[in-house]
Design a protein around this ligand. Structure first.
Ligand code: ADP
Ligand code: MG
Length: 738
């Protein structure tokens, strides 16, 4: 029996999902799998676990599990549900990767999806759970997709054992066909319960023009304008990462000090008050410590938010608040007449790595007479519903992880979000009454440049370590041919064993299975494509990781376009000096990367030596990102982006060449025999400087801008083949035959 407080009970009754409790519970009781769709804020995350609890799913040894793609949600929601149910956090608990408050008594367990995935590895049938709720399925995070695939197999197995497990998939959008119409996933189409919720109209205001990379400034100006001119109501701003959150907040706090007395139109007084601010702030408002980043170990979610933020400080250069760009009149004088707000602005940050108690401040009402302004990352899009928001300022930007197609090295880039997610953001303004959404981009950009939906992450990720990938029931399955090719590559790299031939005739139907080797296991630690993972594994073995990391970063063709132009210049400087390291593009590159850092990474140094500064910056970014990732998987490697990396010794250089060869073993090319004087002109032309490789019948060539072009080594390895006017090998290293 749950004893809720009166105020909680009142709040709950306002949630649209409460009217659907009976329908939801009947559907869950009668079906193994249920899908629940409901607008953000309708009460799915906080209420469905309580419905399950009250329906007896936590009786006896039963455990109710809820997975969240974001740890913010896992923590905040467990606290909220414990509070609503008047239970202790030892009964309603959370578990994220490195921390949690789960106990023997836990009945409801919130966790990140990665945590549940780990549990499946230990206990495939998840026998402790009586019900599992997969929340935020619309986000289509990789782990969520994999979990749903696994659970689609676990649920029938549990049913067979007479110990059924209920699966509930919850989504903030109605776009659930990937779960309902995929017969490979669920043979019987699961029922969908829709929760209708009241959504007030939100007026969308597009910018007439789209500021170029200046969105943070633009956001700043827009918040100032809204606060100065529009009636009361909370403001929610969407930016891409925690550094941006802090930069914007710092600027806003300077402009709108917290003490109400300080808010006056007199700028002189404003300046004075700014000085006083620090002391007053200590007393009155919780100060946001800009350096107080979480100390949790970096993982993917953390990376995403902390990752590469724009250069921070100098993003906001506005010197004066009155310096508005008045070309746009979306906030009109009429509205001003309705009463601009003279209240102080109460500004709060919200992002994944913010401490829980700071996160939870967004749920409490702002101090008396203040307007709330929350500067948030994507977490405020659907994971957390901030009450009383009336204005949304949307930069339209999101930080997305990109994978280099060849090496698999990943990096974060800031891109436009999708139409679906922009509409979710806008919807945040219409929870309590009619609202406004200010989009800091033009309607043309929205229509032409925004994807309809954000693609499921799994479709963008090159590497998933799942046994028998081909048969895995993904909600959105990857291409089978690609998987087969990938499997063959893993076998040839020695990461998987060769499929065993069936021992007896009757076994032939049984699938031939491959097993992961120790090398494969080591490789799977590295977040890059298999060839490069092998190089990193071997690099680790031989204590050459810093070099291999630099090489793999430099090998990522993301930087290739620039690299190519750069090579033309750099070879003039480094090539032909007779140094034993200058064997190929890659070694030249390593040398360039090393010396560039060594000399303080200045544009001047680069220019002086014919190195392209931009290309170096790109490589540096990839190198830093890869160094970070490697450190999280093998902390004992204790890697850093060493600015004083010594050039490799001759022995090390030799090892490095072998390591590269080991990763690109099937990409060896051998010089064709020179044409004979008797050959005809066409043949002579064809054979001149030609190489033969395993991949193609036709000869392949070294590009004239490569340092190896003139050198013409006997054997080379290449990264991939690129066909233009001729068939060229790209990313070449010379190797010496043993
Ligand atoms: P959904 O999962 O459907 O998006 P939630 O269950 O997260 O909805 O939220 C339901 C309501 O509970 C929202 O109005 C939200 O603001 C409120 N809420 C959630 N957490 C808290 C909290 N810690 N304090 C106060 N209100 C909260
Ligand atoms: Mg939710």
């Amino acid at each position: 029996e749950v004893k809720r407080s009166k105020s909680v009970q009142e709040d709950r009754l306002k949630l649209p999902i409460l009217g659907e409790e009976q329908v939801i519970m009947e559907t869950i009781n009668e079906n193994p799998v249920t899908i629940i769709c409901g607008e953000t804020g309708s009460g799915k995350t906080t209420q469905v676990p309580q419905f399950l609890y009250e329906a007896g799913y936590a009786h006896g040894n039963g455990l109710i599990g809820i997975t969240e793609p974001r740890r913010v949600a896992a923590i905040a929601m467990s606290h909220r549900v414990a509070m609503e149910m008047n239970l202790s956090t030892s009964e309603v608990s959370y578990q994220i990767r490195y921390e949690g408050n789960v106990t023997e008594d836990t009945k409801i367990r919130f966790m990140t999806d990665g945590v549940l995935l780990k549990e499946v590895q230990k206990d495939f049938l998840l026998t402790r759970y009586s019900a599992i709720v997969i929340d935020e399925a619309h986000e289509r995070s990789v782990y969520t997709d994999i979990l749903i695939g696994l659970l689609s197999r676990i649920v029938p197995l549990r049913e067979k054992r007479g110990n059924p497990l209920k699966l509930i998939i919850m989504s903030a959008t109605l776009r659930v066909e990937d779960f309902t119409e995929n017969k490979k996933l669920f043979k019987i189409t699961p029922p969908v319960v829709k929760v209708d919720s009241r959504q007030f109209p939100v007026t969308i205001h597009f910018n007439k023009r789209t500021p170029l990379d200046d969105y943070l400034n633009e956001a700043y100006r827009k918040v100032c304008k809204i606060h100065r001119m529009l009636p009361e109501g909370g403001i929610l701003v969407f930016v891409t990462g925690q550094q941006e959150v802090h930069t914007l907040i710092r600027k806003l706090k300077q402009t709108f000090p917290v003490n109400p007395k300080n808010v006056t139109s007199d700028s002189k007084q404003k300046k004075k008050s700014r000085k006083k601010k620090t002391e007053q702030e200590k007393l009155e408002a919780p100060k946001i410590d800009l350096n107080n980043y979480s100390v949790e170990p970096v993982d993917e979610e953390a990376e995403r938010e902390a990752g590469i933020d724009s250069d921070g400080e100098d993003l906001i250069d506005t010197t004066d608040v009155t310096d508005f760009d008045d070309g746009e009149d979306d906030i009109s004088m009429d509205e001003t007449a309705a009463g601009g707000c003279t209240d102080p602005l109460y500004i709060l940050p919200l992002y994944s790595l913010l401490s829980t108690e700071k996160q939870e401040r967004v749920f409490s009402p702002p101090p008396e007479g203040c307007r709330l302004c929350v500067v948030a990352t994507n977490v405020a899009e659907t994971s957390l519903t901030i009450p009383n928001i009336r204005y949304v300022v949307d930069t339209g930007k999101v930080k997305t992880k990109f994978y280099d197609k060849v090496t698999g090295v990943s990096t974060f880039k800031i891109t436009w979000t999708s139409k679906a997610s922009a509409n979710q953001r806008a919807g945040r303004a219409g929870r309590v009454g009619p609202g406004h959404c200010y989009r800091l981009y033009s309607s043309a950009v929205f229509n032409d440049d925004f994807e309809k939906f954000s693609p499921a992450e799994i479709t963008r990720r090159p590497d998933m370590n799942i046994d028998k990938v081909i048969n895995f029931p993904y909600p959105t399955p990857p291409d089978i041919e690609q998987i087969k090719a990938a499997e063959n590559l893993l076998i040839s790299l020695g990461a998987l064993t060769k499929p065993e031939a069936p021992k007896r005739f009757k076994d032939t139907k049984k699938e031939q299975s491959t097993k992961i080797t120790p090398l494969g296991r080591a490789m799977s630690c590295f977040p890059v494509a298999p060839r490069y993972a092998k190089m990193l594994s071997l690099g680790h073995q031989h204590d050459l990781l810093p070099y291999v990391v630099a090489i793999v970063a430099a090998l990522s063709p993301d930087s290739l376009k620039q690299r190519l132009q750069h090579m033309i210049q750099v070879k003039k400087v480094w090539a032909g000096t007779g140094h034993s390291l200058l064997l190929g593009d890659l070694m030249v590159m390593l040398k360039a990367v090393g010396s560039c850092e060594y000399e303080g990474f200045s544009p001047e140094f680069c220019e002086k030596h014919g190195i392209r500064y931009k290309a170096m910056k790109e490589v540096r970014k990839l190198r830093a990102q890869l160094t970070n990732s490697v450190n999280t998987v093998i902390p004992e490697a204790n890697l850093c982006v060493d600015p004083k990396l010594e050039p490799p010794s001759d022995l090390q250089a030799k090892l490095l060449r072998q390591i590269i060869l080991a990763g690109l073993g099937d990409h060896v090319a051998r010089k064709c025999p020179d044409p004979l004087p008797t050959d005809d002109a066409a043949k002579r032309k064809k054979l001149k400087n030609a190489y033969e490789c395993i991949e193609l019948e036709e000869p392949v060539y070294i590009h004239p801008c490569s340092v190896l072009y003139r050198q013409n080594p006997e054997y080379v390895v290449y990264q991939y083949i690129h066909e233009t006017s001729k068939v060229y090998m790209k990313g070449i290293v010379a190797i010496e035959p043993e």
